[in-house]
Design a protein. Sequence first.
Length: 311
Amino acid sequence: MTVLGPIKARDMGITLTHEHLLANFQSWEEWSRQPRTFDRTEVVERVLPHLVRIRELGCRTFVDATAVGVGRDATLLRLLSQESGLHILMATGNYAAMQYKQLPPYVFTDSDAALAGRWTREWDSGIEGGPVRPGFIKLGFNGGALSPVEQKLIRAGAIAHRTTGLTIGAHTGPAVAAFEELGILGEERIDPSAWIWIHAQTEPDLARHAEAARRGAWISFDGVRTETLDAHVAMVVNLRDQGLLAHALVSQDAGWYSVGEPGGGTFRPFDLMFTGFIPALVAKGFSQDEIDSLLVRNPASAFAIRVRSSG
């Protein structure tokens, strides 16, 4: 599901699976009292050239991983999709990372079912009642053992997935949180293939990546930068060499226009995947078919809308 409507998963093409176009890191309390404002025209002028650049390099789909409370803007993403010609996916869901400061009060007081109902209504009726429907569920966790509210978030994600078929993208980090999330999804009878381990590159034990992949989870090595190319390539090679490449996703966690900073602050472009990372894979002996698995077939399978139950 893109911001302009549904497409066939097979039509996604080369996909950047975790990026950002705009972000607002005000706490929920600050935002509710005095939200920072921005000019969409200015944002489009700043961001659009970066999207045009990656489309020229072969990108066809862009996943914006901005959750509720961190600057999500459906109108802006529709404009950028129309102007760039890229398919863009946006998220529903809540973000407890950064020590819960982006969480609205209702996340603490709602039941897991009520919280899931909020996300499901966006799928049924559009985000804020508008024409845009979410393409996946984005949840944010702090990386350690899950707190009670984080446990509620992942259970709510399971409930919403059963209702909508939307994939759960979980900002997670270290394996301790990842495997606790997988455990809760198992209790809820959700197959691991419905869940993306976002920021898996922050877990140094490569065996844990392989363990989660063998269960069927998606392992997202995002955060690709020039200085991390070798480390990211090594993580992908590790999964390939164990026959698990079909469970890997790679992206940059790049961008973004920062609301409240002059001119949107420093913007990190999206083209390194094409100018640096793919050539680095080729240098390691990756075939075109393996690159297509990583950047075309895996994202198409990961973000396809279908309920994935277990047991």
